[in-house]
Structures are given as structure tokens and as C-alpha cells.
Write a protein that binds this ligand. Structure first.
Ligand code: AMP
Ligand code: TRP
Length: 343
């Protein structure tokens, strides 16, 4: 290390991420998150279901458990290996909320006021949003720093929350004079599909909350629905360009090329090398075939698992025990640093 290098956390690489338990997963979640978790998983990977984040907006209590299991099923069906990755529901590890409270006292109001996701989700009626929705990114920082995670794979929309996590770690380490206690976590936002766009509008993100089901491919869609949604996806009339630059002003075309690339494990340039000059009459059927080929086995396995809640719960319970064992000493040490009474 040179003299100029910042005091960075020097421990081993620990990967962590989570997905909210708030309704059906879509292709954006798969390509921006799930598929990438599987690609980077090692023996020190933590992947959880963010059920406490889900309840920052209303969730039907009769549905929440099923939603939680659905995300867990998607983790397993996508290829996360419970022998490597620790898979658990966030709420089963009470240390998440304990650390979140301490971080609520570290984070500044001004930092949270800048969070664009809160502005989007609260819309015109900020005063009617839950306090939890406002402080959501602080809980996210606790999720990450509780395990001293060093690398967090997420989609592009989470970038600002990860910057806040770094700010909280830095301020905690400074305030309590413990350099390197919490790592300055690296966001991992890589690949051709970190922001998958709506199939109906190249300017809008593919999202669970889009009222049009045609805008997204759900992980539980069958092959016919996938093919039909891709066939009807909005595009311009031009053939695909011969070079990547030619996609610059063509958001819908660029999105489909990115989706193809991510599904095929290619770069966008490689997809253009293959399909440049060809029209959507050729490209869309190829994309539909590829999407079905990649997603159908995941959908089938998700359905199998969701029909067997006991198997999912077994994985989640074992994961929660492992997670608590790691979380408990970190919170104990944090409490000591803050000066809370140890009894
Ligand atoms: P959420 O469904 O909001 O809990 O998101 C779970 C994960 O999927 C996060 O890592 C998001 O960044 C990612 N994600 C959500 N929507 C998209 C999208 N349209 N494109 C790429 N990644 C996404
Ligand atoms: N906020 C994330 C999302 O909506 C989910 C999440 C919660 C998360 N805690 C996390 C992601 C910690 C990464 C790390 O997608």
C-alpha cells in the first residue's frame, strides 16, 4: 500500500445482496441481480430476502410469507447453492434492525433527503409515506455492514443506496475512531443488463410496479407469454446497426440487445457482430427462443419448490442460524463502541 492509498478494509472478499419480498420477480431482477449472484457466489456469500424492506409499503399479511418463499425459490432455482451461499429472510436475524437503529443515529437527514428512490416511491404524498420508507436505505446499510460485506452485486438503481452505505461506514468509523471497522463496500454493477428497460417504453425501467404486464417478463411466465411479449415489444423499424455506436439513440433496440447479451453470456458488441444488419423479424424470434431456453428451467424449478414450502423453509432456517452466528458478535462489538451498557 502506498502512502496515498485510503485506509481501505483489507479483509477477505465477502459478497452479499438481497431482493425485496414484494411481488413477482421479472427479467430485470434476474439479469441485474439473481444471475449475477450465482456467477459470483463463493463460500462466503450472503443472499437474503428483504422482507423488512418489503413492509415499508403495504403488504397483505396473508401474502407476505408466500412472497418471501417465492424469492427464496428464485434464488435456489437460479442456481444459488445453499452449501455455499447463506440464504435467509432478513427478519429472522434481529441484528439487522438493531444495527439499523444505531445507523439511524449516524446517518444525516440531508443524506436521506437526497435519495431518489424515496422521491419516486413516495410520489406527491410524501407526508403519507411510512417513516420506514424514508429510512429504508439505512436498513440497507445495516444489512450490508452487519456482515462486513465487501462486494454487493446489484442493479444500477441501487447505486445511490450503496453510496449511502459507504458514507455511513465512513462516518461510523470516524465518529468512534475505529478505522476499517466497517468496510467501505464496493458496489458491483456490471454487465450488459444492469438496467433492463420496459418492453413498452425504452425510457422506463422494467419494474414490478408497472401497471402493464406486457412491459415485463415475469419469472413465472410460461413460454408462450415470454415469446408473445418479446414479439410485441416496442422497437423502431430499422434493422439492427452494424456497430455498437448505432444503438446510442435507439433505447428499445439497445435494451433488447443488452437482454440478449446477458442471457447468452455475450457482450453487446458480440451480439451486434452476430445480428448487425438483420431486422427485428429475425432478432426477436431468436431472442424469444433464447429467453425461453434460459428461463423455462428456472420457472419449472421455482414452481416445484413453491409447492414444497417445507424444503424452502429448511434452507431459510439453516441460513438464518448461520447468519445470526456471524451477525451477533458484530452487533456486540458495535454496541461496545457506541458505549451501550453490556450486561
Ligand atoms: P427489487 O425488486 O427492487 O428488490 O430489486 C432486486 C434487485 O434487482 C436489485 O439488485 C435491483 O437493482 C435489481 N433490479 C430491479 N429492477 C431491475 C431492472 N429493471 N434491471 C436490472 N436490475 C434490476
Ligand atoms: N433495496 C434493494 C432493492 O430494492 C434490496 C436490498 C435490501 C439490498 N437490502 C440490500 C440489496 C442489501 C443489496 C444489499 O433491490
Amino acid at each position: 500500500m502506498t502512502d496515498q492509498a485510503p485506509a481501505a478494509y483489507a479483509g477477505p472478499k465477502r459478497i452479499l445482496s438481497g431482493i425485496q419480498a414484494s411481488g413477482s420477480l421479472h427479467l430485470g431482477n434476474y439479469l441485474g441481480a439473481l444471475k449475477r449472484f450465482v456467477a459470483v457466489q463463493n463460500a462466503d456469500t450472503f443472499v437474503f430476502v428483504a422482507d423488512l424492506h418489503a413492509i415499508t409499503v403495504w403488504q397483505d399479511p396473508a401474502q407476505l410469507a408466500a412472497q418471501t418463499r417465492e424469492i427464496a425459490a428464485a434464488y435456489l432455482a437460479s442456481g444459488l447453492d445453499p452449501k455455499l451461499a447463506t440464504i435467509f429472510p432478513q427478519s429472522a436475524v434481529p441484528q439487522h434492525t438493531e444495527l439499523a437503529w444505531i445507523f439511524n443515529c449516524v446517518a444525516r437527514l440531508g443524506w436521506l433527503d437526497r435519495m431518489t428512490q424515496f422521491k419516486e416511491k413516495s410520489g406527491k404524498h410524501k407526508e403519507r409515506s411510512s417513516v420506514g420508507l424514508y429510512t429504508y436505505p439505512v436498513l440497507q446499510a445495516a444489512d450490508i455492514l452487519l456482515y462486513k460485506a465487501t462486494h454487493v452485486p446489484v442493479g444500477e438503481d441501487q447505486k445511490q443506496h450503496l453510496e449511502l452505505t459507504r458514507d455511513i461506514a465512513q462516518k461510523f468509523n470516524n465518529d468512534f475512531n475505529v478505522p476499517g471497522f466497517f468496510p467501505i463496500t464496493e458496489p458491483v454493477i456490471e454487465g450488459p443488463a444492469t438496467r433492463v428497460m420496459s418492453l413498452r417504453d425504452g425510457a422506463a425501467k422494467m419494474s414490478k410496479s408497472d401497471p402493464s404486464d406486457q412491459s415485463r417478463i415475469n419469472l413465472l411466465d410460461d413460454a408462450d407469454a415470454i415469446a408473445s411479449k418479446i414479439r410485441k415489444a416496442r422497437t423502431d423499424p430499422e434493422p439492427l446497426p452494424e456497430t455498437l455506436d448505432g444503438l446510442a439513440e435507439r433505447p428499445e433496440a439497445g435494451n433488447l440487445v443488452g437482454v440478449y447479451a446477458a442471457l447468452a453470456d455475450l457482450t453487446k458488441a458480440e451480439v451486434i457482430a452476430q445480428f448487425g444488419g438483420k431486422g427485428f423479424g429475425v432478432f426477436k424470434p431468436a431472442l424469444a427462443d433464447l429467453a425461453v431456453q434460459r428461463l423455462a428451467p428456472i420457472t419449472a424449478e421455482m414452481r416445484r419448490l413453491m409447492a414444497d414450502p417445507a424444503e424452502i423453509d429448511g434452507v431459510l432456517k439453516a441460513g438464518a442460524e448461520k447468519a445470526r452466528d456471524i451477525a451477533a458478535p458484530v452487533v456486540a462489538e458495535t454496541r461496545k463502541l457506541v458505549g451501550l451498557l453490556q450486561l
